[in-house]
Design a protein. Sequence first.
Length: 396
Amino acid sequence: MFGLNPAFIPGPTNIPDRLRAAMNVQTLDHRAPDFVSVFAPVLADLKKVFRTESGETFVFPASGTGGWEAAITNTLSPGDKVLVARYGMFSHRWIDMCQRHGLDVQVLECEWGSGAPADRFAEALAADSAQDIRAVLVTHNETATGVVSDVAAVRAAIDSADHPAMLFVDCVSSLGSMDFRMDDWGVDIAIAGSQKGFMLAAGAAILAASPRALEATERAGLKRCYFDFRDMRAANASGGFPYTPPLNLIFGLRESLAMLFEEGLDNVFARHHRLATGVRKAVDAWGLSLVAKSPELQSDSVSAIYVPEGFDSNALTDHAYERYGVSFGIGLGEMNGKAFRIGHLGALSDVMVLSGLATIEMAMKDLRYPIELGAGVAAAQEHFRNSTAAAIQAAA
Ligand SMILES: *Cc1c(COP(=O)(O)O)cnc(C)c1O
């Protein structure tokens, strides 16, 4: 009725009023000089979020999936070999895209709930004595399972095998919510989107490419046109776009970057960690378990939670929506029916998270889950009371 219920899906995320207002702009001639002054700082500031100095940033009108396509078609040729691990729905879909583009995809099957297997990547790269593998593809934050992977360890695996493969990372559901370091981790292409950590509507694929990746563009034989880095770079160099830019999103991005920098990226990450820890304390208190197999794999932007044996997670998310008007993430792929997800990224505060936990508790109780009403909320409250005070003191 009021349109105020936050969504607890892991993207698209809640859009703060400040960003909705920023996206509400009258048409502007994107060929007029004014556009340059809006867009050029956006591209420059995005580098700070990717934490890259040597890389170049791109904004394409697309969702994150388009960003995957831009990454592979700009750098690879038909038949090129890529190494990928499948450990959730998003890594699965990126693999499928690579196969449909005629790449030779070496897939390492991993149990869902685990992360990028740096040791197995090292073995596969060491075994590739002809150095045919052109790129290693990693989903930094597997949104389907709530698992964050150690990208630095993957880079170390590539280096330990003395292998020239490029490293492409999907950071759609981690950039702007969790620590991401393109240059430090030796990432060649990083792919994000407007609708998660940037708190905007979907519609912009946001990428950063290293000098090596940009060089590969010159030789890449896969067909591309709309997503060609060369056309975009040429147009961006003079402050323009090769076609009509998504103006509203670019205005939104400018404001979203301002919000992230005002809070401070490290504080943004600390807030996400605090919110995620509160959710994890609630999960513990309910006696449920996360899909993520071990603590270091637990994502700070989304938690995937197994429902008890004999329950259907789809019935739970349907009920929460129908009875209380609040959306939670369904179980994707192998997790369908078995797990639901709480998205805790973007524009969220402690009290908003508490409302989500209270809602899913009511839904679970309605469906006779063996939980005690208030148990999870109380566990999260206790964490937020203590950690918020500590955060405020640290800032004082
Ligand atoms: C959301 C998401 C994507 C992109 O999905 P789109 O719907 O195309 O924006 C890609 N990878 C991950 C890990 C995601 O969470």
